[in-house]
Design a protein around this ligand. Sequence first.
Ligand code: SF4
Ligand code: SF4
Length: 249
Amino acid sequence: MSQKTKPKVAFFDFTSCEGCQLNKLNLENHLLDVLELVDIVEFREAMDGRADHYDIAFIEGSISTPTCVERINDIRRRSTILVAIGSCAVRGGVNAMKNLMPIDVVREAVYGKDKYLFPTLPAQPVSAVVKVDYEVDGCPMTTQEYLHVLTSLLMGKKPIKINHAVCVECKRNENECVFAKGMVCMGPVTRGGCDALCPGVGQYCVGCRGFVDQPEKNAALEIFRQHGLSMEEARKKMTMFNAFRWADR
Ligand code: SF4
Ligand code: SF4
């Protein structure tokens, strides 16, 4: 592919910790290969520069201010393909926990008497505001899944979205199940694709990648019940990354 025909790629951050963008800069062994294949035209964390059109726009962060709404609509208009990256962009992420309280209460707690200067909104995933073509989930997103999506798009293929539970990857890696260590894990109902990163280092899964499409709900509830966890407690455990799904909107 000649220099002139390289796809124009841009990265944008909204309400987020920018951890997913940093993960991209950690591509290390792959970074030079990626730069051979694409023309990065906007990426605030790494360069100056603007462009009018993007072949692929990667979006990090949730939409949580009126300015975010305007900006994401503008980016969508100028993008051929738009990809949400990370739990904040895909499902509202940790930011959406504030949606469980009245927005005015949240504003006052954060900004005090200056709350009227900051017209924040309940946090939303990007797909609640504009059409999202593909998603790379996780907090942060994994570099291997990001590379899969990017290379698929560059080859004109549809990226594969994993739809098995984290337990599958945990078993494949021969990890010791953390239930055996007295922890309660959300892996049985959480979408895999992270290579069971947390159970792999002896930690329980907190569900940062959301639910698989058809979770084995009854089996999971039976496991939780056997370990002394009620439906309500299981729900609370999944709230950190899935509050957008449950908050009144
Ligand atoms: S998904 Fe996690 S790592 Fe990525 S921006 Fe949001 S909080 Fe940060
Ligand atoms: S540690 Fe969690 S993800 Fe791994 S097998 Fe046990 S329940 Fe499943």
